[in-house]
Design a protein around this ligand. Structure first.
Ligand code: PDD
Length: 284
């Protein structure tokens, strides 16, 4: 596996960062996950825009222009095996003596990228759907920043794993649904696809956008609005989306079946549209 670190490509085993890196000490950095289909980065412009939003959110200057990123990303894809990959980009505020405040003068950021195989969800998961648990969203108020400081997400997702499930659905203020610990969540009720609005309390998912675009282009009734917790527990269908999982049906929530406990018609429709889109658009 070839990775990129601070201007150089190298084998993963050779990549080293100093222990005073602010990513290590404070979790002071941001990241992106970008799927690659047929050796092309998917929705690169949108991922780079979200990266810029995250960098602005933590007041860190973007170390590269979009053209430079595109060049580095192409190079990383070329140096790794696999038609389909997923790329991880990670930028921290660099290496400095430990002090919460920003280094003054600023130091060079740490820029790290790696590629991993992108594996489509196995057929049995598509057929059965996945389980989820619900939990209080106890994260900060800037969940729109794709921050590397993921301790709340780590603990929340482990709750799902401990319960033999795939994801944790997050409820804010005992009141409304935000997203999953590592995915966006859609609710289906009476044939309408419901999506929470992009705000400071959720990550603006790139896959979330694709799903809403596919719904709009194919006449699927959909609404973007706040989703009450009660609507999640009374849903006809629940869906999760992310760059690495694409779209999956959630068929059990807190140990109870969602409707009849099987993936529903909205999932079947969106899954097919997503696969068609992958074949016709993403791979071209
Ligand atoms: N996570 N919400 C959260 C909290 C996420 O971590 C992710 C993705 C998403 C979905 O965003 P997108 O469709 O752009 O992947 C929503 C990535 C895959 C990760 O951390 O590995």
């Amino acid at each position: 596996m070839t990775v990129y670190l601070n201007g150089q490509f190298m084998p993963l085993e050779e990549a080293r960062i100093p222990v005073l890196d602010r990513g290590f000490i404070f979790g002071d950095g941001v990241y992106e996950v970008i799927p690659v289909y047929s050796r092309r980065a998917f929705r690169l412009a949108e991922h780079l825009l979200r990266l810029q939003h995250s960098l602005d959110g933590i007041r860190l200057q973007n170390p590269h222009s979009d053209a430079q990123w595109a060049h580095l990303i192409d190079e990383l894809i070329a140096r790794n095996n696999g038609e389909d990959q997923y790329l991880y980009l990670h930028i921290t505020r660099g290496v400095a003596r430990r002090d919460h405040a920003f280094p003054k003068p600023p130091v060079a950021p740490t820029v790290f990228m790696m590629s991993s195989p992108l594996l489509a969800p196995p057929a049995e998961l598509l057929h059965s759907g996945v389980g989820a648990v619900s939990a209080t969203d106890n994260r900060w108020l800037r969940c729109d920043i794709k921050a590397i400081a993921l301790l709340p997400n780590v603990l929340l997702r482990q709750m799902a794993v401990d319960a033999g499930c795939a994801e944790t659905i997050l409820i804010r203020d005992n009141n409304f649904m935000t997203e999953g610990a590592a995915s966006n969540i859609f609710v289906v009720k009476s044939g309408t696809l419901l999506a929470p609005p992009k705000d400071n309390l959720m990550l603006p998912g790139i896959t979330y956008d694709v799903i809403l675009e596919l719904a709009a282009a194919n006449g699927i009734p959909h609404q973007v609005r706040k989703i009450a917790a009660a609507e999640v527990f009374d849903a006809d269908e629940l869906l999760l989306t992310s760059s690495t999982k694409e779209v999956l049906a959630i068929t059990r929530l807190d140990g109870k079946p969602v409707s009849d406990g099987r993936p529903g018609p909205m999932f079947a429709r969106l899954y097919k549209l997503y696969q068609d889109f992958k074949r016709d658009v993403m791979r071209k």
